[in-house]
Design a protein around this ligand. Structure first.
Ligand code: TNX
Length: 513
């Protein structure tokens, strides 16, 4: 029908496009390969989006692109629906393809010509990543001199792209300070634009418990009602949490729930004192110390409680992972810690999920399907690798978004050092940990702990622009990661960040346009 419609209409106007250079576009993450053809595709009111119908998710990706084109340009572009009144001059086709040029599920190919953009991907996730590239290629301003109506020239050529790591995550600590559903959604939007595919939510800590557990209501009634500094805290109902999961999954981002244990559990033990194993009376905690709380690893009732908690969260989580924390359990006896981690790992597996834990968990005899997240101890990661585990890289001195940029930074801590924008970017995750084999690296995650921040503006000040650099380190081939080149592309993100009302830190290391 589309071909017929194109053949039957009167000849379309020839447009004299200005010379373009696709390979000079400020794309982040930098694609694996671009081949410019120096002309353009004219995005305008007569452009249509078509998608494969073999998988309904492709049509949803097409609708996502149409919405984003609308918010950037004001154009109303229909998806898989030919309005007979309108002439079809140009179309964007989002195609499910089994081409052998597509390496993995998130790979995509873009062929941009005068009258068509073809986006090929194996999966809707791959199509979605390609759509982010199209969004980044649409100029901020239309060109009103080429035709009698506004038109946005998209540089022509070919893009072949594929991620370096299968896991590209960010973590948000909603426990030290609570962040609302809308604040988390805004962060998800920004992460999606830079091709992240995982958001790890740190849902519990000493200062607060943030997710409704129907079988243990005091966790949120009591444990949810506080945060660092004495604020009122908050929590997500299971319906709100599902809303976040759905919002993320429309952006092909997996939410990874973390219940941190056996340490970092004061809020849980305040709600149900039988859980406490540190021998003291539990009191509400709104400070920022770590390492003083623990569950009682010797009690059966603790494990039946955890079976309920993990079961309820697993039941509403479509993703494959459940994060068990495991960090800084300084008041748990070592033998209790090991027993605890091994038992909780089994509970997670019983509920159909793969466990992830901070690097300390490799002291226990964990299975090879359990993933270890390196934050402070490379030896733990190597030990886990030897047992067959995959590793997520979050070395604090490079990836902690809560580290201050410099001594003058308004928010953040500096126990792992200061992390200016260039230091955050200028390292190679594939070689950073000596003796860690590349096949054992699942990917990269940038954690944002929230002791010093409590709203979107403060979150964005710490996360941006550094999170944009981690997006590139996680996606782009290491040989394409070059600070001087990246810095120029980063400076050109201002229009997008301002349009999204992002309170980014305007580092002097970057020439912001
Ligand atoms: C260490 S990193 C922690 C967190 C703190 C963070 C502050 C990790 C696994 N534990 O409890 O919030 O430092 O930077």
């Amino acid at each position: 029908a589309m071909v017929f419609a194109l053949a039957c209409q009167s000849p379309k106007p020839q447009i004299k496009y200005p010379k373009t250079d696709l390979s000079a576009e400020p794309l982040i993450p930098k694609p694996f390969k671009t081949v410019p053809t120096n002309s353009a595709f004219g995005l305008d009111q007569n452009t249509f989006i078509y998608t494969s119908l073999s998988d309904p998710k492709f049509e949803e990706v097409g609708q996502f692109l149409a919405r984003k084109i609308h918010s950037k340009t004001g154009l109303d572009i229909s998806v898989n629906n030919t309005d007979s009144e309108k002439r079809i001059d140009r179309y964007i086709y989002i195609n499910q393809s089994d081409s052998s040029a597509l390496k993995g599920p998130e790979s995509y190919l873009l062929y941009i010509k005068n009258d068509s953009i073809l986006l090929d991907a194996k999966t809707a996730a791959g199509a979605f990543r390609g759509v982010q590239t199209i969004r980044q290629l649409i100029p901020e301003k239309s060109n009103d001199t080429l035709t009698d109506h506004p038109l946005w020239p998209i540089p022509s050529g070919k893009v072949m792209d594929s991620p370096k790591f299968e896991y590209r995550g960010a973590m948000l600590d909603v426990a030290r300070h609570f962040f609302t559903v809308d604040e988390v959604k805004k962060y998800i939007d920004l992460l999606a634009y830079y091709k992240y595919n995982a958001l790890h939510l740190h849902l519990s800590d000493d200062q607060g418990w943030r997710i409704e557990i129907k079988s243990w209501p005091k966790l949120t009634e009591v444990g949810g009602a506080s945060e660092v500094g004495g604020g009122e805290g908050g929590f997500y109902t299971q319906d709100e949490y599902k809303e976040l999961i759905d919002y993320a999954s429309e952006r092909f981002i997996t939410i990874i729930p973390e219940i941190d244990m056996p340490g970092h559990t004061n809020a849980a033990s305040l709600s149900y004192p039988f859980l406490n194993g540190n021998g003291k009376t539990v009191q509400r905690y709104t400070g920022t110390q770590v390492g003083f709380s623990t569950f009682d690893a010797q009690k059966d009732t603790v494990y039946s409680f955890l079976n309920d908690v993990i079961g309820e969260i697993a039941a509403i989580s479509p993703g494959p992972y459940f994060h068990i924390g495991g960090d800084e359990s300084h008041v748990t006896k070592k033998k209790d810690y090991i027993l605890f981690v091994e038992k909780v790992e089994k509970i997670v597996q019983k509920h159909g999920k793969q466990a992830i834990g901070w690097n300390e968990i490799s002291q226990a005899d964990i299975g090879s399907s359990t993933i270890v997240q390196l934050w402070n101890e490379p030896k733990d990661a190597l030990k886990a690798m030897d047992r067959g585990s995959k590793i997520i890289l979050s070395p604090a001195e490079k990836t902690y978004l809560d580290m201050q940029y410099d001594t003058k930074s308004e928010f953040g801590l500096h126990w792992a050092g200061y992390i200016p924008v260039d230091v955050a970017y200028n390292w190679n995750p594939q070689t950073f940990v000596e003796n860690l084999h590349q096949e054992s690296i699942l990917g990269l995650e940038a954690p944002l702990w929230s002791e010093t921040i409590s709203n979107s503006a403060e979150l964005e000040y710490l996360a941006f622009p550094r999170a944009i650099g981690y997006a590139e380190l996680g996606w782009s081939a290491s040989e394409h990661c070059d600070w001087k080149d990246y810095r120029k592309r980063l400076g050109k993100q201002t229009a997008y960040l301002n349009r999204m009302n992002v309170n980014f830190y305007p580092s002097k290391l970057v020439d912001w346009e």
